[in-house]
Design a binder for this molecule. Structure first.
Ligand code: 13P
Length: 251
């Protein structure tokens, strides 16, 4: 069985003060018994501070991006070892905002996934179709290309360390979430594809999160789908109480 992971992607939100307030609120409000791993992904500037406040709690730390080179003249970039050195366990890679706004290709994302793995970081590898692609009935083709190219040369053993996040672009930040059936259909397609690539046993263990307008009032139904093993939450993770309600919805 794949493990359930609820992650909060803070995106470009929260300076140090806001970050301290949010992670302190989460730590204080975390239920004694939870049925999932909880991850927060603050901006780079808050990683170290959030780690220091979260390290003795049930909250793990993730970053939102990284570069695939080890070091060098790459102004503005952050390496895997830098993320490790401030306590990151996870790193989000291939988010649709990185793909659409910053032009990241499947090839770049593949390089980043390999570097994260070889550096001991667990990638949260994001995929998802646009509204235009869904309306043109090419959702499965788009997802297949993103998965196959993003995971090029990744071995079955490495696959066990990768989390996938299905985030339909049309559902991100729009309040228009995929219906549980729509999401389950794509999650099942992804797991079948992983099964063809890596075998059924590995595919069954891979956590596939859903992301896109996950809120306290829709989380339980989404998370109860057989192939949905967690959530990657944007807007609703920015308030401790709503993120905690989503964590509580994970059974
Ligand atoms: P929203 O939850 O705000 O739709 O964002 C989802 C997302 O992009 C998480 O990575």
């Amino acid at each position: 069985m794949a493990r359930m992971i609820i992650a909060g992607n803070w995106k470009m939100q929260n300076d140090i003060n806001g970050s301290v307030e949010l992670v302190s609120g989460l730590a204080a409000g975390m239920p004694a018994k939870i049925n999932c791993e909880v991850v927060v992904c603050p901006p780079f500037t808050s990683l170290e501070t959030v780690y220091s406040l979260a390290k003795n709690t049930k909250i793990s730390l993730g970053a939102q991006n990284m570069h695939f080179e080890d070091s060098g003249a790459f102004t503005g970039e952050i390496s895997a070892s830098m993320l490790k050195s401030v306590g990151c366990k996870y790193v989000i890679l291939g988010h649709s905002e990185r793909r659409a706004i910053f032009g990241e290709s499947n090839d770049w994302i593949n390089k980043k996934i390999k570097k994260a793995l070889s550096s001991g970081l667990l990638p949260i590898f994001c995929i998802g179709e646009t509204l235009e692609e869904r309306e043109s009935n090419i959702t499965f083709d788009v997802i297949k290309k993103q998965v196959v190219e993003g995971l090029k040369d990744i071995t079955a053993a490495q696959m066990a360390d990768i989390v996938l996040a299905y985030e339909p672009v049309w559902a991100i930040g729009t309040g228009k979430t995929a219906s549980p059936a729509q999401a389950q259909e794509v999650h099942k397609f992804i797991r079948t594809l992983l099964s063809e690539l890596y075998g059924a046993a590995i595919a069954a263990e891979v956590t596939i999160q859903y992301g896109g307008s996950v809120k306290p009032d829709n989380a339980a139904e989404l998370l109860s789908q057989p192939d949905i093993n967690g959530a990657l939450v944007g807007g609703a993770c920015l308030k401790a109480d709503s993120f905690i309600k989503i964590i509580e919805a994970a059974k």
